[in-house]
Write a protein that binds this ligand. Structure first.
Ligand code: HEM
Length: 396
């Protein structure tokens, strides 16, 4: 029987330009903030900040254990921490958090800078290059290799397979999603095997820390340590690889901001934070209600997937006023949920910020100007960001 609740309110698969999704989301926030799409087998989407935050913070009603991204793709097993609720979630987060403290991340800064320059400088020297394809999709693999203590060639392979995996998810190519996920599981198994042979201390290496951790006197189940390492292989590389191009495309077009940040590099941190709000890369992270709920006057039944459109929530005029604008040092910035909120909020945020701030600082210091010099290609749902950003550079 036809259920009008489940009619199609928007199409996540429509072709996009740099500005089209945000225009659509502005309209959705005003006219249909709790929307249903028939794409990807049917899902709900929340466009307002208030609704997204409500779901994130009500973990008794909303779980990540059924489906944590629209479209659903985790066919090859549940992986901590993202696919688990407390209490199971807690122990994995404790270990991950310990390896990403501000002190530990700060110690990585010189190496992160070295990798940034190694990937960026050749583009600047050439006077032209694609900052999405040739920088944003390469540099995170270098940082990951450094943080995870894997050789660069393996990290580059993980990045390549993760990109193919994300592309297969976007077009619901289930066979390839499963195949590539298994390849990533095999790589995670190799990383774990190598760690058993290495002499890392748990405080210096995340995989070693997971292997050494105990819960109620027992080691963590080997299959969940395997799943956790497998999840970490992908999570850290996807968002920066679509986000960096959007940030640099904006900065290329704002010459006053370029001048200001070159003159006052101390303000780069605030600019990056505002870019994370304005160009929030995740829009398909999801939760599932355990029981029927009403959100914004619409009934969502138990087990129906709900996408949290962070990309829209972070421009909500109810919270940010002129949310469509870039405003350096905007007062409400602390309400940005670019890294999520609540128990699943991003543990990698300190490392992500270091990568992004270093990128902006080095690009500004090594150029006098840069411009977008061609067609920008966008990534697809479930991420929002760039896939191709051709640029020209004026070396300093
Ligand atoms: C621009 C960069 C990044 C952005 C915008 C970002 C954003 C996010 C967001 C929004 C979530 C919450 C997902 C949800 O609510 O369902 C998340 C979770 C997560 N992120 Fe990040 N992330 C970034 C980089 C990283 C990096 C570099 C790492 C690893 C070092 C990382 C590891 C994780 C993990 C493990 C989770 C799952 C946490 C949990 O379930 O408790 N992320 N991230």
């Amino acid at each position: 029987m036809h259920d009008p609740r489940l009619d199609n309110d928007f199409d996540p698969l429509a072709a996009e330009t740099f500005t089209s999704a945000h225009k659509l989301y502005q309209r959705m926030r005003a006219e249909c903030p709790v929307a249903h799409s028939t794409a990807y087998g049917g899902f709900w989407a929340l466009f307002r900040h208030e609704d997204v935050l409500r779901v994130l913070t009500d973990i008794d009603t909303f779980t990540t254990s059924v489906q944590n991204v629209v479209p659903k793709f985790a066919f090859t097993g549940r992986r901590p921490p993202l696919h688990f609720d407390p209490p199971e979630h807690t122990v994995y987060r404790r270990v991950i958090n310990r390896s990403l403290t501000p002190r530990k991340v700060a110690a990585l800064a010189p190496k992160v800078r070295e990798h940034c320059v190694a990937v960026l400088q050749p583009l600047i020297d050439a006077g032209a290059g694609d900052v999405a394809a040739d920088y944003a999709q390469v540099f995170p693999a270098h940082v990951f290799a450094e943080f995870f203590h894997v050789p660069l060639h393996l990290s580059a392979r993980i990045k390549r397979i993760s990109a193919e995996y994300v592309a297969a998810i976007q077009v619901v190519d289930d066979e390839n999603v499963k195949r590539l996920s298994r390849v990533l599981y095999d790589i995670a198994a190799d990383v774990i095997e190598a760690r058993r042979a290495d002499a890392w201390a748990p405080e210096d290496d995340l995989t070693t820390a997971l292997l050494a951790e105990t819960h109620e006197g027992e080691p963590l189940p080997p299959e969940l340590v395997h799943g956790c390492v497998r999840q970490l292989l992908v999570t850290g590389m996807v968002a920066p690889s679509v986000f960096i191009g959007t940030m640099l495309a904006h900065l290329a077009g704002d010459k006053d901001l370029q001048r200001l940040l070159r003159a006052e590099p101390a303000r780069i941190d605030a600019a990056v934070e505002e870019y994370l709000r304005l160009y929030t890369p995740y829009r398909g992270m999801s939760r599932t209600a355990r029981r029927d709920v009403e959100i914004g006057g619409r009934l969502i039944r138990a087990d129906e997937p709900i996408a949290l459109v962070y990309t829209s929530a972070n421009r909500d005029e109810a919270v940010f006023g002129d949310g469509e604008e870039f405003v350096l040092d905007r007062p409400a910035l602390h309400r940005s949920i670019a890294f999520g909120a609540g128990i699943h909020s991003c543990p990698g945020a300190p490392l992500a910020r270091l990568m992004l701030r270093t990128t902006v600082a080095e690009l500004l210091a090594r150029t006098t100007d840069f411009d977008v010099a061609g067609e920008i290609e966008m990534a697809r749902w479930a991420e929002w960001g760039t896939h191709r950003v051709p640029m020209t550079f004026q070396p300093a």
